[in-house]
Write a protein that binds this ligand. Structure first.
Ligand code: WAQ
Ligand code: MG
Length: 283
């Protein structure tokens, strides 16, 4: 990314209507009458617009969740200079099955300081799924504080510099995880956890054949957890756990509106057990 003062936000969203033939659209109420197929976004220079849009359309038309009947692409020049941040270190936890992973998820969230009540609520939200964005829960009392429960908060205006993308891809390749899904999740999680009030993020994909999720936090980094959900289950979601007295407006504003770019890559990438994860954070 040569010209950081002249960036464009490109976003894609593909969906499929569930309305029956002749059934009327009730704009205020039809949220549930549509399934989300695929979405993607990034910050780019003007000369990349063509190729990125082409790539996003291709992704919209070849997704395992189905074929869309609506694709919305937004191409918009940024009016603010982006904040530059470092990506989170990447860790893959060794787990053999759903039961093991379920325990690991609870133990990691507990170790980042989240109450049992809040964890329970967070797990229910991702199990139920069907949100476009993320729910926001306070860490102790488990209060749900985002304005729109149905939609959640959509993290937007985020990207990675060309050089950092190269470095990250190389690093992930060594571990055989250099995919769009993993790269984009790391970028999103790094932006989310860079807000001072975000303690942790829990993420479960809504793709039926993607069963690896993650918990991201300042304490442990981007921690990938295989077998976080059952194969062929098409619900998922995201929950951001935030400090008890955080200002929801400040958090949503940062996550949705403030442009953030990864300009520096943490070189740390590991595959370890949960016990190793805990002991390394004690040091
Ligand atoms: N902002 C907030 N929430 C979002 C966003 C966003 N930009 N995009 C998706 N979500 C929420 C929404 O509720 C989705 O249903 C849910 O997250 C899952 O989204 O390292 O693919 O795009 O191998 O299905 C994790 C990669 C992949 C783990 C996560 O999520 C790894 C993934 P999906
Ligand atoms: Mg998905």
């Amino acid at each position: 990314m040569k010209n950081i003062n002249n960036l464009w936000s490109i976003r894609m969203r593909a969906s499929k209507s569930l309305l029956k033939k002749g059934e009327k659209d009730v704009p205020a109420k039809n949220n549930h009458k549509e399934i989300h197929i695929s979405g993607a976004e990034g910050l780019y220079n003007k000369n990349q617009i063509n190729i990125i849009v082409k790539n996003y359309i291709k992704r919209a038309l070849s997704h395992s969740k189905g074929f869309p009947d609506k694709i919305i692409i937004t191409i918009e020049k940024l009016n603010k200079k982006p904040i530059i941040i470092k990506s989170l270190p990447v860790i893959t936890i060794i787990s053999r099955n759903l039961i093991e992973s379920k325990k690991i998820v609870k133990r990691i969230l507990t170790s980042t300081g989240i109450s049992e009540k809040s964890i329970k609520k967070g797990l229910e939200i991702v199990k139920k799924g069907n949100m476009r964005g993320a729910a926001i829960l306070t860490v102790t009392s488990g209060r749900r504080i985002e304005q729109d429960y149905k939609r959640g908060v959509r993290v937007s205006r985020l990207g990675i510099s060309k050089e950092s993308l190269k470095t990250l891809s190389k690093l992930l390749k060594k571990h055989d995880i250099n995919t769009d899904t993993v790269r984009e999740a790391i970028i999103l999680a790094s932006k989310v956890s860079s807000h001072k009030d975000v303690i942790a993020e829990l993420c479960v994909s809504d793709d039926p054949d993607y069963t690896t999720g993650y918990i991201a936090s300042k304490k442990f980094g981007y921690v990938r957890i295989p077998f976080i959900k059952r194969y062929k289950c098409s619900t998922g979601g995201r929950v951001f756990f935030v400090s008890e007295n955080s200002d929801i407006k400040d958090i949503s504003d940062y996550l949705e509106k403030t442009p953030v770019i990864i300009g520096n890559i943490s070189k740390s990438i590991k595959r370890i057990t949960f016990d190793e994860l805990l002991s390394q954070s004690d040091n």
